[in-house]
Design a protein around this ligand. Structure first.
Ligand code: ADP
Length: 248
């Protein structure tokens, strides 16, 4: 028996005024894996993410999540199903503390008004859950610091914590290590490994050492099409990939 496919696209295509940014992409993401989407600038990676989260509607093709056709869904409904994207430009509230930011994420998951916070017991529960997520992402010592004062790498960790607060089954990470130094990269890579223990991760990532260390499967896009797919060794030894992506 093969592994379960949690997310699948069939012939996924997006045209912008006649320009085909994503062209007949068939993607199969297995449950519980870290799957990387790589390719040169303009390959269609961001457009793919926007299609998967329904921020864009495809021109053609279908998207299935856990076997359900989600092609016609609204972004909020896709998120409610458990597919949540962590934005490259963070959705963190700069003047709220780390703890408050994560608590807002938890509240979002619950939906509705903030009225339930009138209960001390409920507030305590939310704080405890938020602190546990904050610990998971290594931010315990930063809990009461306004997000704006966090170093960049820590901000990305907070962004992941606010995303985890929505309790996703599937996490879409958009260049999680972009703009980071070595230490932050190592920390975020470790974090991605940890969060993937009971979730599926699909990430767009430029740092090939992160990709090779973390990914079970890699899909290489160029000019909107899938050029190659497989584990790191397979794709990095593919002559077409070397030519198109790595320039060798
Ligand atoms: P990547 O994320 O791999 O760098 P993108 O998905 O951002 O690639 O872009 C793929 C191609 O689609 C690029 O040539 C880009 O200029 C084009 N594109 C993306 N969004 C739009 C848009 N809204 N209108 C027109 N062209 C777009």
């Amino acid at each position: 028996m093969g592994a379960e496919i949690i997310l699948e696209t069939r012939d996924l295509t997006k045209e912008f005024a006649g320009f085909v940014a994503v062209n007949g992409v068939n993607l199969q993401v297995e449950r519980g894996t870290i799957h990387a989407l790589i390719g040169p600038n303009g390959a269609g990676k961001t457009t793919c993410f926007n299609l998967l989260t329904k921020f864009l509607n495809p021109t053609r093709g279908k998207i299935f999540y856990k076997g359900q056709d989600i092609t016609a869904m609204q972004p909020a409904d896709v998120a409610r199903l458990g597919v949540v994207r962590s934005f490259q430009i963070s959705a963190v509230f700069p003047h709220l503390t780390v703890l408050e930011n994560v608590r807002v994420g938890l509240q979002r998951k619950r939906g509705g008004s903030f009225d339930f916070w009138r209960s001390r017991a409920v507030l305590d529960q939310f704080n405890a859950r938020a602190m546990s997520l904050i610990e998971d992402v290594g931010l315990t010592g930063f809990a009461n610091i306004p997000a704006v004062e966090l170093p960049y790498g820590r901000k990305r960790a907070l962004e992941i914590a606010t995303t985890l607060a929505l309790d996703p089954d599937m996490l879409l990470l958009d260049e999680p290590t972009a703009g980071m130094g070595h230490e932050d990269i190592d920390r975020i890579a470790e974090l991605i490994k940890t969060v993937s223990a009971d979730r599926t991760v699909l990430m767009v990532e430029h740092n090939l050492s992160v990709v090779s260390n973390l990914s079970h499967k890699i899909t290489v896009l160029t000019r909107g099409r899938v050029l190659a797919e497989g584990d790191y060794e397979t794709v990095s030894n593919n002559p077409q990939v070397r030519e198109a992506y790595m320039g060798t």
